[in-house]
Design a protein around this ligand. Structure first.
Ligand code: CA
Length: 221
């Protein structure tokens, strides 16, 4: 699970210890020591998770968290609080922290919480799926055709997602039905055709190819 983590901690000893522990665990940790640098770093969009100390000089961690969430950034945040600071923990969670750690903590606990938060956010940080002309972003479930946004229904999105996992591979009707429909749904015999027809209308007739008797694919470009 290689991840880029932003560590925000003003204490040099604690910061160095956490950074080196993260490094040992194969996670790329960048370390900043105040709230202003933390906000600027988060804004770059390069990080997948933030470990945020609450007790920072000047702008404290709660203020940083408040601003991150006010900008509608849902990057996973684990706040780090002092042992007796129950109020900080409550405020942190209320402000949108994903979890918290209480100092002093063991590195193994830190790692377990990072893994758990990262698992809950799987989906965010997934790579784009594309064959060149069609692209979907699993993180926010959006689609584009030749750079133009395409508005898809949930079922159209799931079908396109299935096809774009492997451009050039032919998917049978049964495979596509299983990706698009839940176990409890009635599926009419031409349901896949109807979705493909609609996807083509929203993109391009040639965007999804039918291979007679076998199924459908998006061309590899
Ligand atoms: Ca501190």
């Amino acid at each position: 699970m290689p991840m880029r983590i932003l560590l925000v901690e003003d204490d040099p000893e604690i910061g160095a210890a956490i950074a080196s522990a993260l490094d040992d665990a194969g996670m790329a940790a960048d370390w900043v020591q105040n709230g202003t640098d933390a906000l600027a770093s988060i804004e770059t969009g390069e990080f997948e998770l933030v470990l945020l100390d609450i007790g920072l000089p000047g702008q404290d961690g709660l203020s940083v968290l408040r601003q991150v969430r006010a900008r509608r950034n849902n990057i996973p945040v684990i706040v780090i609080t002092a042992r007796d600071a129950v109020e900080d923990r409550i405020s942190g969670l209320d402000l949108g922290a994903d979890d918290y750690l209480v100092k002093p903590f063991k590195v193994s606990e830190l790692m377990a919480r990072v893994r758990a938060v990262a698992r809950r956010h799987a989906g965010a940080g997934q790579p784009l799926l594309s064959n060149g002309s069609l692209t979907i972003d699993p993180a926010d479930r959006t689609a584009e055709h030749n750079g133009r946004p395409v508005d898809l229904t949930g079922k159209e999105y799931r079908l396109l997602h299935a096809l774009l996992i492997s451009p050039g591979r032919i998917y049978s009707r049964e495979e596509l039905e299983s990706k698009v429909y839940t176990w409890n749904e009635e599926v009419s015999s031409n349901a896949v055709e109807v979705l493909i027809h609609s996807l083509r209308k929203k993109t391009d007739k040639a965007a999804i190819k039918n291979v007679r008797g076998l199924g459908w694919m998006v061309p590899k470009e």
